[in-house]
Ligand binder design. Structure first.
Ligand code: TRP
Ligand code: SF4
Length: 549
């Protein structure tokens, strides 16, 4: 999320109940919220400890470990190298596109509910890095969401929106190459939101976000708007798209991936005969097909009933290399038996999910080689799955569809508050705003909690606890910049007992002051640039803060 340690201070119900719901789901109701779990995280500069600390997200939510894709990423950003970006969903296609100079996009959004702070800087940096690697870059102001879900007035929103945009530009976003927009102003986006809304229903909102009968309707609209944000970079053309956010936004990412799939004209699957199989059954039947020598009278023409009989009698599924329940075996056997003498024969299948008549006809015509048409699907015998996917997308685009690629995401860790515990924008001392006076930034770092020992003597003897130190985090996430050597030096000196907290904080505080001075100077320099951009900085909207009562 982009408000990773933002206060959830002004939701329409109790203080941001719905965001809490996301977090609860993410942590499976264990701890109270994801950020609290994250605060306990042991910080190892090279990321290895992130794996076990975020295990729940990997195991229960299917988020992938970023370290697994890291080798595929060209010139990885230091946030990637240091394990600050710890997780991802389906990032491989994006990494591949960056590596091979193919089209890719990056997009993230910011709710203008307060000042941009050093947590938002992580996301700004992620967008800018992807832009520098050649991706089309998008940054958006989630003003509809801020109004509907946080009760911000339009004038408050305008003020903060400007600040987010200035910081994003000051950090290096190139507006000539990329696009900045605000949700409220983007007609194309809202049209897409409307289309996506036709594939979503209230039960899902209940299940995913905990919405109920009291939730205001604009809040729900802001959800479909975010779904549209996530798919917006693909309106021009489908392409791998990454959404850098905090893990609390994962429910949005999953939902957007679902909706992207639901909008497709055709669903492409592998198949073995004319009938439909579930994914589990398909894996089993694929394995049974591979064993055809064992049961088929003519092994180049195995029959469904032969396969069914063999599967029914084959005691050990383990040695087929598939792990499925008995119910799956039974249903697969039944389907195979019902098909009798029909040959078991691999093919790719195009299921008609949303296609127009013309698109379905167009597809059939475009399939090369042997094909067989059915009521709601067509089977192709001389295509592999990748070619079939490509063809399906081509036909869809030719016939007025979107052809969306499922969006990918990367997740960064939440920063610890400077005062320990959670970083929150409602506790000014816990975070550093990008607008803080440089002296104030200096003071906040000097006053920060550390992972140091009670006495200098003990520190020399035992070393500091860099893994639990918010000051070390500042070095790793921000102050060391691209300089891995420096970050490692701080870490090693700390845990080795050579570094004492007083001097360490002094150094960090000075770097923070320098960073803020420099950043704020750059913000001033990009004022004109912002004013020249095609993005409205004052809203003409009127209205009162919404509520659910
Ligand atoms: N919901 C996000 C937040 O709370 C903001 C947001 C809106 C967003 N649209 C987005 C983030 C699209 C990523 C992609 O901060
Ligand atoms: Fe933290 Fe620095 Fe103290 Fe180590 S020496 S605990 S990094 S403040």
């Amino acid at each position: 999320m982009t408000r990773d340690h933002d206060a959830r201070d002004s939701d329409d119900r109790a203080p941001d109940e719905s965001a809490r719901e996301d977090e609860k789901r993410l942590t499976d109701g264990g701890t109270d919220d994801a950020a609290a779990g994250a605060d306990d995280v042991a910080l190892d500069p090279w990321g290895s400890s992130a794996v076990s600390d975020y295990r729940k997200l990997f195991e229960e939510f299917g988020i992938g470990e970023f370290d697994d894709v890291l080798p595929e990423v060209p010139n990885p950003h230091y946030l990637m190298r240091r394990g600050v970006i710890f997780g991802h969903r389906d990032y491989e296609p994006v990494a591949r596109a960056l590596r091979e100079g193919e089209d890719a996009a990056v997009l993230s959004g910011f709710m203008p509910t307060g000042d941009p702070h050093i947590g938002h800087k992580l996301v700004f940096d992620e967008i800018i890095w992807h832009q520098q690697q050649g991706a089309d870059a998008y940054g958006l102001i989630a003003d509809l969401e801020a109004h509907a879900a946080r009760g911000m007035t339009w004038s408050e929103i305008d003020e903060h929106a400007r600040d987010y945009l200035l910081s994003l530009l000051a950090l290096g976003f190139d507006p000539e190459e990329g696009e900045l927009y605000r949700q409220s102003d983007n007609r194309e986006l809202q049209d897409l939101a409307f289309e996506l809304g036709s594939k979503a229903n209230f039960s899902e909102f209940q299940g995913i976000y905990g919405f109920d009968g009291e939730t205001n309707v604009s809040h729900m609209q802001s959800v479909v708007t975010q779904m549209a944000d996530i798919l917006y970079p693909q309106l021009e053309e489908p392409k791998p798209t990454v959404i850098p956010v905090g893990p609390d936004q994962d429910p949005h990412v999953r939902f957007a991936r679902d909706l992207a799939a639901r909008m497709r004209f055709f669903k492409v699957t592998e198949a073995y005969a004319s009938f439909e199989l579930t994914d589990a059954e398909r894996a089993l039947v694929a394995a049974v097909y591979d064993e055809r020598e064992q049961y088929a009278e003519e092994p180049d023409r195995p029959r469904c009933e032969e396969a069914g009989a063999w599967l029914a009698a084959h005691a050990d599924l383990d040695d087929l290399g598939v792990v499925v329940g008995d119910d799956v075996r039974e249903s697969a056997v039944e389907k195979l038996n019902n098909a009798g003498m029909e040959p078991l024969r691999p093919r790719v299948r195009f299921l008609d999910a949303n296609a127009t008549e013309a698109a379905f006809e167009g597809l059939i015509e475009a399939i090369d080689g042997e094909k067989r048409r059915y009521e709601e699907h067509v089977d192709a015998f001389d295509l592999d799955v990748a070619d079939a996917e490509e063809l399906a997308r081509e036909i869809e685009l030719d016939h007025g569809g979107y052809g969306f690629v499922p969006p990918s995401s990367i997740y960064h860790r939440f920063m610890t508050g400077l005062t320990g515990g959670k970083m929150s924008s409602s506790i000014p001392a816990s975070h550093i705003s990008l607008l803080d006076d440089p002296e104030e930034g200096y003071d906040k770092v000097k006053a920060a909690t550390t992972g140091g020992r009670e006495t200098a003597e003990k520190q020399r003897e035992l070393g500091g606890k860099a893994d639990e130190c918010p000051v070390y985090e500042l070095y790793a996430y921000l102050l060391a910049g691209d300089d891995d050597e420096f970050a490692k030096e701080v870490y090693d000196e700390c845990v080795g007992g050579e570094r004492l907290c007083g001097g360490c904080k002094e150094q960090a505080a000075e770097l923070m002051r320098e960073f803020l001075e420099d950043h704020q100077e750059k913000r001033e320099e990009v004022e004109d640039l912002l004013d020249d951009l095609d993005i409205s900085l004052t809203s003409s909207r009127r209205g009162v803060a919404p509520g659910d009562e």
